[in-house]
Ligand binder design. Sequence first.
Ligand code: MN
Length: 281
Amino acid sequence: MKIRKAQRVVSGQPATDGAGVELVRVIGQPALMDLDPFLLLDAFRSDDPDDYIAGFPPHPHRGFETVTYLLNGRMRHRDNAGNEGVIEPGGIQWMTAGKGIVHSEMPEQQDGLLEGFQLWINLPASHKMTTPAYQEFGQADIPTESRDGAEIKVITGTTAQGTQGPVKQPLTDPLYLDVRLEPGAGFDEAIDEGHAAFLYVVDGVISVEDESGGPLQLGRDQLAVLGTGDSIQLHAEDGSARFLLIAGKPLHEPVARGGPFVMNTADEVRQAFSDYQRGNF
Ligand code: MN
């Protein structure tokens, strides 16, 4: 067994996206442009409608997946293929944009708390132009594993105790856990060796070993990139804590970004803009 250590720590940065949504950009900012296969991680949490009400009006995506996980509030999703639905608290929408969709993501509320995350996961060159698809699950469909002092929601992947998340994505074989710890509680979990992995703290303070062997404390909106190994060990400090543990298989392919399109070459990004402008999505 080799325990992964925190290799580097990144603090989320305030950003504005969509039609003026205030959020915290954690991956996809200068301190961490990507963590193959992860291209972007945004966190949003506000009870001020001015921060979120403008939402994300129609916009395209091509070449990767967007994963929206809501803790509080509701978001309505609509796309140009006629798919429509509302993501509810505790619900997940795993959208494979593939060859292209145009969609809107709008708050389904006028006030109150809106809190959640959007993660972008890359697709390999062989699947960037795949047919768009959705995997959508409500809170009741996402299993919770209870341990001593810990509750673990398993969105995708399988825990060491065998709890399996409902989302399937063999291309990047992701693990996506939402973990809540009681004060002082410990947490151990297996992580596939060779997969990129990170912790992102949602609430409270967790303590994890860094590469010098010392304890490293991570607080809200901090992300730790985990080094090599096959497992993780950490604990909550004095208060309760909540964090996401996310891992996936790196693609080791060139990444060409153009706003809402992520392809392998600049030519493919140009083609995406051209296809979109011609209404070919
Ligand atoms: Mn979008």
